[in-house]
Ligand binder design. Sequence first.
Ligand SMILES: [Zn+2]
Length: 296
Amino acid sequence: MIAAGLEGYGPPRSRYLQTLAPEMVCRSLGRSAPRAAALRGPLVCFSAGNRVGFPPDFTQYSMLKEIAQLLLLQDRDQKIKMYKAELETIPMEQRRIDQLVAAKNSAFEQARQRSWDLEMQKKRLELDAQSRRDAIVKYKGQQFQTRKNEEFQAIGQEIHRFEKEIERIEDEEIELMEEAEKISGKVTEAERELAAARRQAQQQEADLKRKQQTLEERLREAESERDGLAKGFEPDLLFRYTRLFVTKGGNAVVPVEHEFCMGCHMKNTTTLVHRVKMSREIVHCEQCGRILYYAG
Ligand SMILES: [Zn+2]
């Protein structure tokens, strides 16, 4: 809980702060009961969760009611913006998960296809070798029947040619078998990796779904709170703030520190900074137009 201590401020300031909305009044200060009771009236507080984005010494200064409310509104708007941005990344994360599985699947399919191709080649070679063996049997039969020496020799040469071819085919078969063995290992490995990638993807998808649900829930909450807060604003101020929030990258209300606007980091005149410190009106940065509040 962040409390804006206002001790030392005169009656006009205290009276002004008494007009703050009930939710703006800090009811629990973490101090002793009598002390808290004494301070209860003239204190502005913000619910937990608004701490982010507030300067550390924010608590030391009084604040215009509208500024305090604008900071609450801005906090919700920043959260809405952040949740929406995170939700927009979800389809991309889903695609990344899908791509990883697709890559593993493709590697597995390629290895398996290569394995099938080798098997087909091996079968073709076996058929080739067998056809030559059959031919040799046939030639040997012819050779046995022939009476002519020349024909016997010619058939012998054919048999020899086929035997050489069979040797070459068998060498090829051995090479294929060696490669098939390696590929078989790769297929097993790729299949294992694919299964692991699918398991991991399943887990990641479940996490992503949970993340999406949480973000959507938080977004709905922030939007509902934002709508509630926006109702309390004067339309012109809400319009100016909203335009600034959109055009200034989600930072419409910023502190002024040592005369520098913390939005554009440019120096403002002492007179303007004094007006900010006085907290009696909405003051815009002379350089960037953002709404300023004093943070010491
Ligand atoms: Zn500025």
